[in-house]
Design a protein around this ligand. Structure first.
Ligand SMILES: [Zn+2]
Length: 309
C-alpha cells in the first residue's frame, strides 16, 4: 500500500506543485488505485507515474472547491481513450453536487464515456460509513472549511494469519489436504496419533492499516476522530506557525495545528500537503521543523513523491 502525491499545492498550481490530488495505490491488496481529489492537471501528473487510469476504480472528493475537482472531466474523458483495454466502471464519492458537476461538464462538451460512473453523493446527514468491501471500510466525517468538506478514514480489515509450512513439515504433517484443513483453523490428528493444533501453526492476524486523508479544514475535533491511531494522517498545511488567525479566517490550518491533530489522535505519521506557493524551500524546512516540536514524525510532501504505508 502506497500513497503517491499528484498535487500538493494550495489553491492554484505553481511550477513546483500542482493542485490537490493523491493516489492511494492498493495494487497488492485489490489491484486498484483510489484517487482522493482531482484538481486540474491531475491527468498530466498521472502521466509521470506508473499509474494506469483504468486501474483507478474509485475517486473520493473532499469538497467542491475548484482546485479539488476541476481535473475530473479531463481525467474521466482520457480514461475512456484506452481503446485496447477493457473499460471498467468507476465510483465517485463526494458531496452533493459532484454528480451534477461531472455530468454537466461531460454533456456540455459532448463527451460520451464507454464506461459507467456510479455516483455516491452525501451531505451533512448521510455521513459515517460510506463504503464497505471485503477488504476495506471507508468512513467520512464533516470537517470545518468555508464550504461543506469532509475527511476520509480508510480502514483495511485485519489480515488473516499465515500458515507456517516449514513448522508443519517439521512436525511430520504430510503436504496435502491436511495443510488446507489446518489453514482453515481445524485441529487434526496424524496417523501416528500426534495431535496438531491449528493455532500453533498459524500466525496471529495482522491489524489492517488505517489511512486518514483530510480535505481543507480549520482545526477541528472531527479531524482527530478520523485520525485516531492512523498509520498515516495526510493533513493540509496552508499556513505556517503564527498564522493561526488568518488560517481560521480562510477555513484552513497551520502546520502546528496539523501536528496537534496528529498528536491528539495518536497517529503514527503525519504528511503535510496543500502547501501555499508563498513558501520557498527554506520555508518548507521550517514548516517541518516547527511542526516536529509538536509531533516528531512529520514530513512535508512533494508532487509525485511516493510514501509506503
Ligand atoms: Zn477548499
Amino acid at each position: 500500500m502506497d500513497i503517491q502525491f499528484l498535487g500538493t499545492g494550495a489553491g492554484q498550481p505553481s511550477k513546483a506543485r500542482n493542485v490537490s490530488s493523491l493516489a492511494l495505490k492498493l495494487l497488492d491488496e485489490i489491484n486498484a488505485v483510489w484517487l482522493f481529489d482531482c484538481g486540474e492537471g491531475t491527468q498530466n501528473r498521472i502521466l509521470e507515474t506508473t499509474i494506469r487510469p483504468r486501474k483507478v476504480s474509485k475517486i473520493f472528493i473532499t469538497h467542491l472547491h475548484g482546485d479539488h475537482i476541476f481535473g475530473l472531466p479531463g481525467f474521466l474523458s482520457s480514461r475512456a481513450f484506452q481503446a485496447n483495454e477493457e473499460q471498467t466502471d468507476l465510483d465517485i464519492y463526494g458531496p452533493q453536487g459532484i454528480k451534477s458537476f461531472v455530468l454537466t461538464s461531460l454533456r456540455v462538451s459532448g463527451s460520451r464515456l464507454p464506461y459507467k460512473i456510479h455516483f455516491h453523493e452525501f451531505d451533512q446527514d448521510s455521513l459515517g460509513k460510506i463504503l464497505e468491501t471485503d477488504k476495506f471500510t471507508v468512513y467520512a466525517e464533516e470537517l470545518d472549511h468555508t464550504i461543506f468538506c469532509v475527511g476520509y478514514r480508510v480502514m483495511q480489515k485485519d489480515l488473516e494469519g499465515t500458515l507456517d509450512a516449514e513448522k508443519l513439515k517439521a512436525a511430520g504433517v504430510p503436504f496435502g489436504p491436511l495443510f488446507g484443513k489446518i489453514k482453515n483453523g481445524q485441529d487434526v490428528v496424524l496417523e501416528d496419533g500426534t495431535e496438531i493444533k491449528a493455532t500453533d501453526y498459524i500466525s496471529a492476524p495482522r491489524p489492517g492499516k488505517v489511512v486518514t486523508i483530510l480535505g481543507d479544514t480549520r482545526k477541528t475535533n472531527a479531524s482527530v476522530r478520523l485520525a485516531v491511531n492512523a498509520d498515516v494522517l495526510v493533513h493540509e498545511s496552508t499556513y505556517g506557525k503564527g498564522d493561526e488567525k488568518i488560517a481560521r479566517n480562510h477555513g484552513h490550518s497551520t502546520n502546528m495545528q496539523a501536528a496537534q491533530v496528529a498528536a491528539e489522535a495518536g497517529a503514527k505519521r503525519l504528511l503535510l500537503n496543500h502547501i501555499s506557493a508563498r513558501f520557498l524551500s527554506k520555508d518548507i524546512s521550517q514548516l517541518k521543523k516547527d511542526a516536529a516540536t509538536v509531533f516528531e514524525n512529520v514530513h512535508v510532501v512533494k508532487d509525485l513523491e511516493e510514501v509506503e504505508i
